[in-house]
Ligand binder design. Structure first.
Ligand code: HEC
Length: 189
């Protein structure tokens, strides 16, 4: 076996260091989002971080439109309220209730033997939370929506100004004021 000289050893060490840092970078990219979504805030001050852990919440229902598919998930408080018969029983959802709607563009599943559509690119994540003291002008509900850009893999908050929650979201959700402003029913399973 040939003995490796001092200079060669140095080059081998440098190559190993470069390889190690490249691998570490790849691992970091794979394990981390490009952006820390929890630093984002909607223009009304409602922060993404208020909904930490939403991806693991229980499913309330699913819905589809012509182009999209949505999962509607709720935190423990709102799921308990649904199970107690709210909103059908006419009672309001309690403070601490939070519901999230995750929306994707849909596409046909190419490996399925029959026609089925599945989530393709992520479109947006929308939140509604109940806090009567904090949101007195919108019947206790606070709204936030974060739009996703698949190209840059980043979110940005929806809304021109602090009033968007009232003038856009709440405005439309008042169509169901008799269901405490929530459209979705808890789907049986
Ligand atoms: C033009 C009417 C309209 C506007 C504006 C609107 N929504 Fe909704 N929203 C709906 C309807 C209808 C549903 C139920 C159907 C669906 O999308 O699954 C819904 C459902 C939701 C849900 C699931 C809970 C529920 O009520 O069923 C969330 C969360 C939500 N919207 C957040 C928002 C936020 C945040 C905004 C403002 C940025 C907003 N919405 C604006 C009509 C609207």
């Amino acid at each position: 076996m040939r003995i490796v000289g001092g200079q060669q050893r140095m080059w081998i060490s440098i190559a190993c260091l470069i390889l190690a840092s490249v691998l570490a970078g790849v691992a970091k990219l794979a394990s981390q989002d490009v952006q820390d979504r929890h630093t984002l805030k909607a223009p009304n001050g409602v922060s993404f971080s208020e909904f930490r852990g939403y991806a693991r919440w229980q499913d309330v229902s699913v819905s589809t439109t012509a182009t999209g598919v949505k999962a509607i998930l709720g935190n423990r408080t709102i799921v308990k309220a649904y199970q107690a018969g709210i909103p059908a029983n006419g009672q309001p959802f309690p403070d601490g209730s939070v519901i999230v709607k995750i929306e994707w563009n849909k596409a046909q599943n190419p490996v399925s033997p029959y026609f089925v559509e599945v989530p393709a690119t992520l479109k947006s994540v929308s939140f509604i939370e109940k806090d009567s003291k904090r949101f007195p002008n919108t019947s206790g509900w606070g709204y936030a929506q974060f739009l996703y850009d698949p190209a840059s893999k980043t979110f940005h908050p929806y809304g021109k100004d602090a009033l968007f929650g009232k003038t856009v979201c709440y405005q439309c959700h008042t169509a169901v004021r008799n269901r405490d402003y929530i459209f979705t029913d808890y789907a049986p399973r």
